[in-house]
Design a protein around this ligand. Structure first.
Ligand SMILES: Cc1cc2nc3c(=O)[nH]c(=O)nc-3n(C[C@H](O)[C@H](O)[C@H](O)COP(=O)(O)OP(=O)(O)OC[C@H]3O[C@@H](n4cnc5c(N)ncnc54)[C@H](O)[C@@H]3O)c2cc1C
Length: 476
């Protein structure tokens, strides 16, 4: 019996219940990965880079067991039908997606193959809980995080983590496309030099988790807000691509919390963040257009501005607000941005520049290695105020104060905005307030070597509040 294992966002062998189940029923396993840009949104540039390296790692891992990963690019349905016929496949195994468009597609395929007497097994496993069954006391879906978090935390029970199947076998002779022919890596220009901080693939994901438990978990509750420290796990791309299973992460952190005194606070704070991931998928599940439509309809009439030069200044890290610019440059250089700085730059775009959150969401989609339909939409809508349980619109971050609070010595800014490196701490987050002689001594000419603020914070704040009030009136 020949079985297809359809890899998607589950690029791992360890604790992969679907792969383990497939391995027990066949001596002819054909793992396949299909690059299809037509079902959901095409991957952004940063994720294409990640995918290339992740698939390289997976190919090598499977090769050690004598298994070839079959790579195909094109229309998923046509390719699966072709493979089923060519290799005389009797069953298909895959993880079920929690992105609504992809799930619909998978279910349609399942019906199609059932009519041909081929079973397509769709397994859960990408999340810790099933969005469809989590309801509040009135039987409705949760729209507020804290009660959701309290409720789902009680539903998650330990399960046996599954070892890497050690008896994968493949009899069919596989003809695969070459990964290089997909041209996932940037060439002209190659903007990926700064991505060398990452190592994709499941072995790297395991090391990142281990390193975080040993060095980050204890102080996570405090350090998670500090972009100048390596205080968070950086597991997000591994979780997104399924290079590590979320239930493994949950369980290992729980075990560490119990076994090691002093880890409780950090572990609780971390597990709460994992539940934000669940909540984002939960919202996307119940509101499938979450990535392009305001969750709160009152925002449909918000008077967003279409200012291309402000949008470009934000994207390039040239707004004149050092913490914003540092964040946007880190994002471009490394494909990653610290959560606190994601909030600051998103607030700046939507509230200081009054540019629609969808513009920011799209930019993040292209530039983040962890770009994720659910988490990205939830993050943007939360900051913009249009989401479920979102930050109220009138809470407008002052980027200078945010910088002073979360990057008190300016180390993060100095790293990513090197032209400000010689400014004293007092002015590092607000160079426009520095006296001329201090600027000269630091080698800075505002408006030339570093931009003047593109908007005035006080005026921008007042304009944003007025726009919001006008929008509320129109909705009455
Ligand atoms: C505007 C905006 C956009 C965002 N876009 C994305 C995105 O595209 N992809 C993405 O994975 N996260 C996104 N986030 C959430 C968060 O910023 C990242 O998950 C986090 O910074 C990843 O770093 P980490 O793995 O070190 O996080 P840690 O602090 O170590 O957290 C562990 C894990 O919990 C999850 N998590 C943490 N914070 C959040 C959160 N606020 N919402 C949902 N899940 C969370 C992630 O899976 C993360 O890997 C966004 C947040 C904002 C404000």
């Amino acid at each position: 019996m020949t079985v297809l294992y359809w890899f998607q966002n589950d690029l791992r062998l360890y604790d992969n219940p679907v792969l383990s189940a497939a391995a027990t029923v066949t001596d002819d396993l054909i793992p396949v990965f299909i690059l299809d840009d037509t079902i959901t949104r095409p991957l952004g540039g940063a994720q294409r880079w990640w995918l290339h390296h992740s698939l390289t790692a997976l190919i090598n891992k499977l090769k050690k067991q004598g298994i070839t990963l079959l790579l195909r690019k094109g229309n998923t349905q046509q390719i699966l039908i072709e493979l089923v016929q060519k290799y005389n496949v009797t069953a298909i195994y895959c993880h079920r997606s929690y992105e609504p468009a992809m799930l619909q597609y998978q279910q349609a395929l399942q019906r199609y193959f059932a009519a041909q007497e081929i079973i397509m097994h769709l397994f859960k496993g990408y999340l810790l809980t099933e969005p469809s069954i989590v309801k509040n006391k009135s039987g409705n879906y949760f729209k507020v995080f804290t009660p959701y978090w309290k409720f789902v935390s009680t539903l998650i029970t330990p399960t046996q983590l599954l070892p890497t199947p050690n008896k994968l076998s493949q009899r069919s002779k596989i003809v695969s496309e070459s990964l290089a022919s997909w041209q996932l890596l940037p060439t002209h220009p190659d903007w990926s030099h700064g991505f060398a901080i990452w190592q994709a693939g499941e072995d790297a994901g395991q090391q990142v988790l281990q390193h975080f438990i040993e060095h980050g978990l204890q102080n996570y509750a405090e350090d998670r807000d500090r972009p100048d420290r390596l205080g968070t796990s950086r597991l997000s791309p591994y979780l997104h691509f399924g290079e590590i299973s979320v239930r493994q992460v949950w369980q290992v952190i729980k075990q560490a919390e119990i076994a090691v005194p002093g880890l409780q606070k950090g572990a609780q704070a971390f597990l709460r963040q994992l539940i934000w991931r669940e909540f984002s998928y939960y919202l996307l599940w119940h509101f499938p257009l979450f990535y392009q439509k305001n969750f709160r309809a009152e925002f449909d009439k918000f008077p967003w501005l279409n200012n291309q030069s402000h949008l470009r200044a934000w994207q390039q890290g040239l707004t004149g607000y050092p913490i914003v610019d540092a964040g946007m440059r880190e994002l471009w250089a490394t494909g990653y941005l610290h959560n606190r700085v994601r909030m600051i730059v998103a607030s700046f775009l939507t509230k200081h520049l009054l540019i629609h959150w969808c513009e920011g969401e799209k930019w993040f989609w292209d530039t983040l290695v962890d770009a994720d339909l659910a988490n990205n939409s939830a993050g943007w809508q939360w900051v913009a105020g249009s989401g479920a349980d979102a930050a109220p619109y009138f809470r407008i971050f002052n980027p200078t104060l945010q910088g002073e609070k979360f990057d008190p010595n300016g180390e993060y800014v100095r790293k990513w905005v090197p032209e400000l490196a010689n400014l004293p701490n007092k002015y590092i987050h607000d160079p426009s307030q520095a006296p001329r002689d201090i600027l000269t001594a630091a080698g800075i000419e505002l408006g030339h070597s570093y931009p003047l603020p593109i908007v005035n914070h006080k005026i921008a704040r007042e304009t944003a509040l007025k726009s919001y009030q006008a929008c509320r009136k129109t909705n009455k």
